[in-house]
Design a binder for this molecule. Structure first.
Ligand SMILES: Nc1ncnc2c1ncn2[C@@H]1O[C@H](COP(=O)(O)OP(=O)(O)OP(=O)(O)O)[C@@H](O)[C@H]1O
Ligand SMILES: [Mg+2]
Length: 471
């Protein structure tokens, strides 16, 4: 023991006595038991601090050498896929079988070993069980179009652990409390995956597998995207594809349109070789309820494309944003601008922002965005209107609109076709029904409504035909 410390420890308050202090002599500190003890303690403290810092540095260095992390911000497309996928990996039962096997197989090897296994088992159990869950609601669409909600649990904010391909992966989901995503007002989040450096290749497989799982979930469905600020976000659950044959258009309209679209999407090289921007614009016009929206939806389903709905009147849209949105539309998607006349009636098709002042888009901004000089990617734009006569010629000139098609009220051919689709067992009554309509204007939407009311009787649909015109 340090003799100075011994002195301090053995000296009682009674025998301390007054201590002479002489500033002229530096040797006084070394001779003074209090100062010596103080310096001794300081020295130990400093040494410990240095050691602690050294240990921290060593730990950080080891961590850097041994561990590898992958950060996925909530703005990244893969964020939701990964979140859903990780939650599946963390099903509490997933590892229990194996753990129990270990515990029982090594059970006879002695008390200490058994206790160690039990301890390990408990640790793994508690570490792999996601303690903080968040609910995620999915919707399921049934044959009859009804939606039901399906709840699943995803990993909530916090640290979680799971095993993938025999490698342990730590998930750290962090939600910023102070930072909001400016685009959608949601809290900013990041997921950080950490694993051993030697297992770094599993990150790629995790990304690929989670993407595959997400795509499988969308298979056979059409995803509808809406613009949220400057980006596209899926809107609601993926929709069941609409069968193209369920939309009855006059004569060859549907086939011709389909052929044109297919021709376009299969000929990127042709456009490329000629330096022509690879885009095509379509305009479907005609009275309400004639199948414009339905056909585009069915067409997307037929091609395996998704739909990006762009509302020109939306608050906050500007010319730049419109241009940006059109440029970054997800791959294999149709950009749909509905009721194009409403945003820019003919008397407002000037430099001023659109009719609804919430949007800052100018007419020339729209024209430029449709031209999309900056885009070399495939761009398929569909527009609809009830009033083609209200559209400025510049908007529908070739290059912006390359294919116009009129969808009118139901022709005799459509009336018969629709009747047969609703009453396949009473085909022979179809001409009688068409006869009773007798050339009056009726939209396919009106016909559909009438057939839905009379769904149980083909004859009632004929007898009650006048009700179509009385409302
Ligand atoms: N040609 C058609 N064949 C079968 N069903 C149709 C047809 N046209 C319309 N319908 C039915 O009518 C309803 C409305 O159709 P849709 O929304 O496609 O009309 P629209 O032309 O887009 O009308 P709007 O101009 O008002 O937007 C849908 O439920 C659709 O099933
Ligand atoms: Mg429509």
């Amino acid at each position: 023991m340090n003799p100075n410390l011994m002195d301090l420890a053995t000296s009682s308050p009674a025998n301390l006595g007054p201590v002479p202090v002489t500033t002229s002599s530096p040797g006084i500190f070394s001779n003074n038991p209090y100062f010596s003890a103080g310096f001794g303690l300081l020295g130990v403290g400093a040494a410990l601090a240095v050691l602690r810092q050294g240990a921290r540095h060593a730990a950080a260095l080891t961590k850097k050498q041994l561990l590898v992390t992958l950060e996925i911000p909530s703005r990244d497309k893969s964020y939701q896929w990964i979140l859903a996928w990780i939650s599946k990996q963390q099903q509490p039962q997933a590892h229990l079988g194996k753990i129990n096997d270990i515990a029982s197989s090594e059970g006879g090897a002695g008390g200490i070993r058994r206790r160690w296994n039990r301890f390990l088992e408990k640790k793994i159990r508690s570490a792999t069980m996601p303690r903080h869950l968040a609910v995620q609601t999915d919707f399921k669409q049934h044959e009859n179009g009804n939606l039901t909600a399906d709840y699943s649990f995803v990993s909530g904010p916090g640290k979680h652990l799971f095993k993938y391909k025999n490698c342990w992966v730590q998930v750290d989901r962090v939600r910023e409390t102070k930072m909001l995503d400016l685009v959608n007002g949601a809290p900013w989040e990041t997921i950080t995956l950490t694993t051993l450096n030697r297992d770094r290749t599993i990150f790629k497989s995790i990304l690929e597998e989670s993407q595959r799982a997400a795509i499988e979930q969308q298979d056979g469905k059409t995803v509808i995207y809406n613009s949220v600020g400057p980006e596209w976000r899926p809107f609601g659950p993926p929709r069941k594809k609409r069968n193209i044959n369920s939309v009855v258009l006059d004569q060859n309209i549907a086939q011709d349109l389909m052929r044109d679209v297919r021709e376009f999407i299969n000929n990127s090289k042709w456009y490329d070789e000629r330096g022509i921007p690879y885009r095509r614009g379509y305009l479907l016009y005609g009275p309400p309820g004639t199948g414009k929206t339905s056909f585009i939806q069915a067409l997307a389903g037929e091609l395996g494309y998704n739909i990006c709905i762009l509302n020109l009147s939306e608050r906050g849209h500007t010319d730049d944003r419109l241009n940006h949105l059109l440029t970054i539309a997800p791959e294999r998607s149709i950009t749909l601008l509905e009721d194009i006349d409403a945003a820019f009636p003919v008397n407002r098709q000037s430099e001023e922002p659109g009719q609804f002042s919430r949007s800052q888009i100018t007419f020339s901004g729209l024209l430029n965005a449709l031209d999309g000089v900056s885009s070399a990617e495939e761009r398929l734009v569909f527009m609809t209107t009830n009033h083609i006569e209200r559209l400025d010629k510049a908007l529908i000139r070739p290059g912006r609109v390359d294919y116009k098609v009129y969808l009118g009220n139901a022709s005799k051919h459509q009336i018969i076709e629709m009747y047969i689709k609703f009453y396949p067992n009473d085909k022979n009554l179809a001409p009688i029904f068409a006869e009773k309509i007798g050339g009056r204007s009726v939209s396919p939407a009106q016909l559909q409504g009438h057939f839905v009311i009379n769904k149980h009787s083909a004859q009632a649909a004929i007898d009650d035909v006048e009700s179509i015109f009385s409302t």
